[in-house]
Design a protein around this ligand. Sequence first.
Ligand SMILES: Cc1ncc(COP(=O)(O)O)c(C=O)c1O
Length: 346
Amino acid sequence: MKNKINAHNSILDLIGNTPLVRLNQITKPFKGNFFAKIEAFNPGHSSKDRIASYIIEQAEKTGILEPGNTIIETTSGNTGFSIAMVSIIKGYECVLAVSSKSSKDKIDMLRSMGAKVYVCPAHVSADDPRSYYQVAKRLHEEIKGSVYINQYFNALNILAHYKSTGPEIWEQTNGNITHLIACSGTGGTISGTARFLKEQNPNIRIIGVDAYGSVLKKFHETGEFDNDEIYPYRIEGLGKNLIPEATDFKVIDEFIKVTDEESAHTAREISCKEGIFVGYTSGAVMQAVKQLSSESEFTKNSNVVVIFPDHGSRYMSKIYNDQWMSDQGFFDSKNVEEEQAVEYVK
Ligand SMILES: Cc1ncc(COP(=O)(O)O)c(C=O)c1O
């Protein structure tokens, strides 16, 4: 076997099996043990690699997708990047309709990965013809042989995590997980992971993280879709102004809401205290941990797994940019003293 080359066949082989890492500093004041599933270790640097590869694979298996076809999706950035990556390896065209709320970095990244990008206004209703849902639908009708992934309404989104993220966490914790805390956007991550974990142990607490300005928490608690809950917020990928079919509300015990401001500061705190450079929603999930801890959710025996969905490098023009933070008013109240100064040596 002298000539055997120890290499992966393509970058797609590296999707999944992301590490679980103990959090040591930021969680010091809290009772319990805390572990982060770091999805930035996927080759496309987010959890969305899992659904992109799984959904495309299933479409190939059922003959829906044929070589040279176009794959269309609505995305806040990460799913698009993952689909673009898979499309390159597998030889598909990739067309993406994204929200104008997405950072410029993310849009440039999608284009760099070979995707054609349509940027659509963020603050219009889901049924407005300019919304990214309607634009994607229109493109799907117009482009012959196109496939619309439709992550918010695709049951395979849940299945992708049921088959990968759930079993990985169960194995990595040797079945000793007591809590799963994850952001809910499409709901695929939390629903698929929770469905698997609850099948192993129904006592595991599943807590979804939602944004102020989103309808998910109230819908979960009351079954009511309340338009009055909807208003613009800044975190990308978290919460929704519609009820996604890719969310299985039955397997989620509770939703907790977090603010844009606290989530941004907490993301910065994770990077500084744990040396893990995380995205905005990772800040949101840790912010939820802080709030739950103050509500005495955890005991010293709790083994809490949080999912960090993506990498901090995607937010250089947002939460890691002091000017952006200042423009949002995020330095007005607290944490200002914690910001690091830059000295220019002349
Ligand atoms: C950065 C980020 N975090 C969290 C999520 C939420 O994951 P899910 O859509 O599986 O609920 C998304 C989804 O778009 C995301 O892009």
